[in-house]
Design a protein around this ligand. Sequence first.
Ligand SMILES: NC(=O)c1ccc[n+]([C@@H]2O[C@H](COP(=O)([O-])OP(=O)(O)OC[C@H]3O[C@@H](n4cnc5c(N)ncnc54)[C@H](OP(=O)(O)O)[C@@H]3O)[C@@H](O)[C@H]2O)c1
Length: 234
Amino acid sequence: MSRRIVVTGAGRGIGLGIAKKLIAEGHEVWGTARNPDGATELKDAGAAGVLKLDIGDTSSIEAFGAELHSAVESIDTLVNNAGMTSVDLGVDRRAQGPLQTTKDVVLRQIEVNAVGPMLVTQAVRPLLGKGTGPVVLNISSQLGSMIVGAQMPFDVGYNSSKSVMNMVTVMSATADTDVAYVAIHPGWVQSDMGGPKAAISVDESAAGIVGVLNGITQADSGRFVKIDGTDHPW
Ligand SMILES: NC(=O)c1ccc[n+]([C@@H]2O[C@H](COP(=O)([O-])OP(=O)(O)OC[C@H]3O[C@@H](n4cnc5c(N)ncnc54)[C@H](OP(=O)(O)O)[C@@H]3O)[C@@H](O)[C@H]2O)c1
């Protein structure tokens, strides 16, 4: 059955990969980008629309919510994919461990990677309420896991931001039992963020994520999973 799905940060990287797979499966996909004019690959793939959204800017999230509400009556799925690392703040990511980093670098990543997606979810929650089997899939990271993050302590702002995203996911699952909230680690992926030496391609990651998404039911709410659908350690 065709679902109406919003994917944030769908102009490039994993978000573009997810959007293209979902479109190919016949779903109605609305992507977001900070510069919708530049999202030509997403448009060419057949997206229903590309809306402007900066998840690090509250007024942008409000404007996006209003635009989406005027465009559609309901949505079935939100994929909170957009995200950043400290590299996007112009610093050496390897030098952002807990004994070196700064308040601004840590807080900005939490603002963008965790608070932003939470506010996007709030903005579209009324539309999810009118959807069928509504799902919020948060693209998290293994680095948000206490176990894995402890072994890679070079960007404490990023790891913490994904831990906060995971906490938002489980709390949302408890607070709102009408929507399935799931967090997923997409793998180490050959995107701009993951770099060319990463373990898997965008296509492999997107295929796994879409496979998991297709199988999510309310019983999965509050889970943190890998792209093969098995549980990821917290
Ligand atoms: N790549 C990996 O190995 C890996 C591993 C674990 C988790 N992840 C997570 O997977 C997600 C996608 O990452 P990726 O690898 O595709 O990264 P990417 O290639 O760097 O792409 C990042 C995406 O996020 C968007 N974005 C960044 N800051 C934004 C903001 N303030 N507002 C709105 N959109 C913003 C970008 O949009 P613009 O085009 O507008 O810049 C772009 O679409 C992220 O949440 C990331 O943390 C990635």
